[in-house]
Design a protein around this ligand. Structure first.
Ligand SMILES: Nc1nc2c(ncn2[C@@H]2O[C@H](COP(=O)(O)OP(=O)(O)OP(=O)(O)O)[C@@H](O)[C@H]2O)c(=O)[nH]1
Ligand SMILES: [Mg+2]
Length: 378
């Protein structure tokens, strides 16, 4: 073979190899940009997970800040719901028993009726016994004989249980970033509660931001984005399966740089298993805690309609995550409003706000006196 032909063949071969390598590399690059973010691998269950979070800011991948499409706001100011009117179902059930004992003399049946009233309202066995023991002690100390006095004593016991000088305020520190995290099992109303609070606080003049750290379902961030639009506040979100830690990290940075007063963090209610979920919540908390003094509330959201079952699930959360208070939702749709007492007595958690419907005005501060009056004043 001629030397020039051999040289040409060698040159052609080199060109082909270089072109092939370049084409392969480019295809790889394009794929990584057009593919959706890879799903997060299941978190390891071992306790070392929380320590695996990089301490360096640069190690945390960025979560994109979503563009928000604003949609039409409902006209007029939202009307704040009234607890008494929304507790109709609980009052109807509870009040029926109170009327049944009115005017009677105290006997075992009266106690049975009151016990049934409390259990049906989902006060729970332990808390019901505690309340009725208190009533019995007062009855014997005061030698009363009529059931009306017993009802008044029961009211007093409930008032005492709820007052306990607990702080029910949702805490913030003026002129600095305050963060509230929302935790609880799926479907209890975390996202809705955040949406309502964002709208209320921003209407009251606060600057609010949302962090969509529930990346377990695609719809979760979408739902929160709609609330952000309705409330007219910013949101930091990522794709389904994105690292919630990265979203919280980005939200903290964004909120700090924009001088936001209040950052509300939505979290997943469900993961591959309970240990993963708890480890993730702990991890998110640590990321918030890197900004000293920012975390003001970790609120356990509980669905009132799930009664004692919901309480058991809430107990597991409260044991795993340090919570500062509870939000009790869906009080409007249930006769089980007595769960407020069980949360306070059994979980040792103050109910701070209650959800009594699905619109912005349907989240109100929990007022124990109004609650007790709503139960006893038919
Ligand atoms: N009636 C009533 N419905 C409520 C209330 N709060 C929330 N809901 C409804 O409960 C359903 C679940 O609420 P979400 O806010 O999506 O619950 P979540 O805890 O974020 O659920 P996951 O994201 O699946 O964990 C929605 O249909 C809400 O509109 C309330 O106070 N009253
Ligand atoms: Mg949600």
């Amino acid at each position: 073979m001629d030397t020039p032909i051999v040289v040409m063949l060698v040159v052609l071969a080199i060109v082909a190899i270089v072109a092939g390598t370049f084409a392969f590399r480019s295809r790889g690059r394009i794929e990584t940009t057009i593919e959706p973010a890879p799903a997060r691998p299941p978190a390891p269950v071992e306790p070392g997970l929380v320590d695996a979070i990089p301490s360096d800011a640069a190690d945390v991948p960025a979560a994109p800040v979503a563009a928000i499409e604003l949609f039409e706001e409902p006209s007029g100011e939202p009307v704040k719901a009234n607890l008494r009117s929304r507790l109709g179902k609980t009052r109807a059930a509870f009040g029926g028993y109170l009327r049944a004992v009115a005017g009677r003399r105290i006997d075992d049946e009266v106690y049975d009726e009151l016990e049934e009233a409390l259990l049906l309202a989902d006060v729970g066995v332990a808390t019901t016994n505690r309340l009725l023991d208190g009533v019995r002690a007062q009855v014997s100390a005061n030698k009363v004989t009529d059931a009306d006095a017993v009802v008044a004593m029961l009211r007093g016991e409930i008032e005492a249980m709820l007052s306990d000088s607990v702080d029910r305020s949702l805490r913030t520190t003026p002129d600095q970033l305050s963060v509230w995290m929302f935790v609880g099992v799926n479907g209890v109303g975390k996202t809705t509660t955040i949406g309502k609070l964002a709208a209320q606080r921003s209407r009251a003049g606060g600057s609010v931001m949302l962090a969509a750290a529930d990346t377990f379902r695609a719809a979760a961030a979408e739902q929160l984005t709609q609330w952000a639009a309705r409330a007219g506040v910013d949101i930091v979100r990522g794709d389904e399966g994105a690292d919630p830690g990265a979203i919280v990290f980005d939200a903290m940075a964004s909120a700090t740089s924009k001088g936001v007063d209040l950052l509300l963090v939505d979290t997943a209610g469900r993961l591959h298993n309970k240990n993963n979920l708890m480890a993730e919540l702990e991890k998110l908390r640590r990321i918030v805690d890197r900004t000293e003094g920012a975390l003001h509330e970790v609120l356990l959201v509980i669905d009132a309609t799930t009664g004692q079952n919901g309480l058991q699930q809430a107990k597991q959360f409260a044991e795993a995550v340090d919570v500062t208070g509870s939000v009790l939702t869906k009080l409007d749709g249930t006769a089980k409003g007595g769960i407020v007492l069980a949360i306070q007595a059994e979980l040792g958690l103050p109910v701070k706000v209650v959800g009594v419907g699905e619109t912005v005005g349907d989240l109100i501060e929990f007022d124990p006196a109004e609650f007790v009056a709503a139960l006893f004043e038919g």
